[in-house]
Design a binder for this molecule. Structure first.
Ligand SMILES: Nc1ncnc2c1ncn2[C@@H]1O[C@H](COP(=O)(O)OP(=O)(O)OP(=O)(O)O)[C@@H](O)[C@H]1O
Length: 294
């Protein structure tokens, strides 16, 4: 009989996962599998988590939450060398990585994939000893995801992020960035830069059409300093699901290594969680994480 540790975040998304717990347990039990619930903590690292996975000899870990929950679960899994696949029950506000895997649309099928052990290795990004699964960002707008009040997010969902982002616009200013991408040096005044693993970021499906989660590379999308009408054109194209690679204010690069530095104090954001201050060295760790896939 297969056993899965269900690591659920009680506050992610609309904070209603608790009400779905019984149905999830039922879905696995009716397929002769046992679910063991583990309640996530606000702290990044919880030694009890790895103990649980080892002691119950789990066949897999299922992260129920959003991208921030997945970020914390994959970090604990990789840092503790837990050799078990990770799955996702999307129940956060935007669930970008799960959305790229197509889980929401075929949830029943996905549960069968977990139970039959259908897995794939995926790349992750690393900065020092911290991993990220979907995106790192730095510059203006960084911090929007983790600065939004939890109650606003629970009530307004993704809109809370967008409203908070709009509120940042008057404070936009160019930052003098030096970027190294696999040996190539780029010096630009920028608004912000993203490095993505999957093409889905902030619920926008086409941030980078070429991004693949198992190609051994990450994709950088850099927005140069520009005027407000130019910025609005890029925002409108992004909302319409168009990539802006041909826009003169965007620089796009695929690489396995990036270095960001800036004379100003600039914070980063990893999968919507507060990340380290620049300078940053970002590596692609190829095919590092075993995940349940459709
Ligand atoms: N028991 C808990 N109590 C309070 N906060 C928690 C708890 N467990 C996890 N957290 C924190 O909740 C935060 C939000 O989680 P998560 O990012 O998964 O949800 P979300 O923000 O709604 O979704 P998304 O990132 O997909 O938009 C994370 O920073 C996580 O550390």
């Amino acid at each position: 009989m297969k056993k899965f540790l269900l690591a659920y975040n009680p506050v992610s998304g609309d904070a209603m996962f608790k009400k779905k717990l019984d149905d999830i347990i039922n879905q696995f039990q009716s397929r002769d599998c046992i679910i063991m619930p583990y309640r996530t903590k606000k702290e990044s690292f919880d030694p009890f988590f790895a103990n649980c996975v080892r002691n119950v000899n789990a066949d897999g870990i299922i992260a129920a939450g959003g991208d921030g929950t997945l970020h914390k679960i994959i970090n604990m899994t990789l840092k503790e060398n837990l050799d078990v696949p990770v799955g996702i029950i999307p129940s956060g506000t935007s669930n970008d990585f799960a959305s790229h895997l197509g889980i929401d649309a075929k949830f029943d099928e996905y549960i069968n994939s977990i139970i039959t052990g259908k897995t794939q290795y995926v790349d992750v990004g690393s900065i020092g000893d911290e991993y990220f699964i979907n995106v790192i960002s730095a510059g203006m707008m960084t911090g929007v995801a983790h600065e939004v009040d939890t109650r606003l997010k629970n009530t307004f969902g993704k809109l809370a992020y967008y409203f908070r982002g709009l509120g940042e616009l008057p404070r936009f200013r160019g930052l003098d960035f030096t970027i190294e991408a696999d040996g190539e040096i780029i010096k630009e005044k920028i608004f912000f830069v993203l490095v993505v693993n999957s093409p889905v970021v902030a619920s926008f499906k086409n941030i980078s059409m070429d991004a693949k989660i198992n190609d051994g590379k990450l994709d950088m999308i850099l927005l140069k300093q520009c005027n407000i009408p130019e910025l609005m054109k890029i925002v409108a194209d992004t909302v319409a699901g168009k990539t802006s690679f041909d826009n003169k204010n965007i620089i796009y690069k695929q690489a396995s290594y990036f270095k960001f530095s800036c004379p100003d104090r600039v914070e980063s954001d990893l999968d919507g969680e507060l990340g380290p201050v620049l300078p940053l060295e970002i590596h692609t760790v190829s095919n590092k994480l075993k995940m349940f896939v459709l």
